[in-house]
Design a protein around this ligand. Structure first.
Ligand code: SF4
Length: 236
């Protein structure tokens, strides 16, 4: 299943995508103080960001409850390092890819034994499958604050307009994205005048093939794939 997600991410335009065991994710509660400094302007102004997103310890505990993840990155070209519009445009494209991946992940409903809903009729968001723990359960995290609406309903004092599409960030959960990139054999920065965004789909439950388990826990699997790719032996 995770390999299917990885391939789909690449097909949708991700620069790199890898599957890892969740034990390889570094969590650090101190990331919350960065959010609290409000350098991005989203603190208290987006339902998917702190403090509304939840306490850091609870969110890190939630990450530990998953088995594995598919981490992906997108890379956008910039005119120069001050190209704010280019960064916004790349962020928008990253979010569009993330939303398409969400639909695809929901379509993997054959992993939910006994689920009465067809993939397209399922009324639940992919993060709230009623079949858990019998079936697979996903948590999809993106980059930065939720970008679904131009202005988050938090700012205007309304309820979230699209709870089925809203997405929290990796940083909100205390995930060290730089170390995650290393574990996956990816570059955190992909060259001058580019911007790189990360996303990840965490999964638990469902059927995990023995071969998949072995591959996920094999140290350096992502790095080895990166080396092969950079040698031109594998296309994305
Ligand atoms: S979907 Fe819209 S209202 Fe809901 S958290 Fe995201 S930006 Fe805010």
């Amino acid at each position: 299943m995770m390999e299917l997600l990885r391939r789909k991410a690449l097909e949708l335009g991700a620069f790199r995508a890898e599957v890892l065991d969740v034990s390889r994710v570094s969590l650090d509660a101190s990331f919350r103080s960065l959010c609290e400094s409000n350098a991005c302007g989203n603190y208290g102004r987006n339902y998917m960001c702190p403090p509304d997103a939840g306490g850091i310890e609870e969110l890190m505990e939630e990450i530990r409850s998953y088995d594995r993840l598919m981490v992906y990155q997108t890379v956008g070209e910039l005119e120069d390092s001050y190209d704010f519009e280019g960064m916004m445009e790349a962020g928008k494209r990253h979010n569009e890819l993330a939303q398409k991946l969400r639909v695809f992940a929901r379509g993997l409903c054959e992993e939910r034994p006994g689920c009465p809903e067809s993939p397209t009729a399922c009324p639940e968001s992919a993060t709230a499958c009623p079949e858990e723990p019998a079936g697979v359960n996903f948590l999809h995290l993106g980059a930065g604050g939720c970008r679904v609406c131009p202005v988050c309903a938090k700012v205007t004092g309304e309820p979230c307009r699209h709870p089925d599409l809203a997405m929290r960030s990796l940083e909100t959960y205390g995930i060290n994205v730089s170390l995650l990139a290393q574990e996956a054999g990816m570059r955190y920065i992909n060259g001058q005048n580019t911007v790189t965004y990360f996303g990840a789909i965490f999964a638990r439950g469902g059927r995990i093939q023995e071969s998949e388990k072995t591959a996920l826990t094999a140290e350096g699997s992502g790095a080895e794939r990166a080396e092969t790719k950079e040698n031109g032996e594998e296309n994305r």
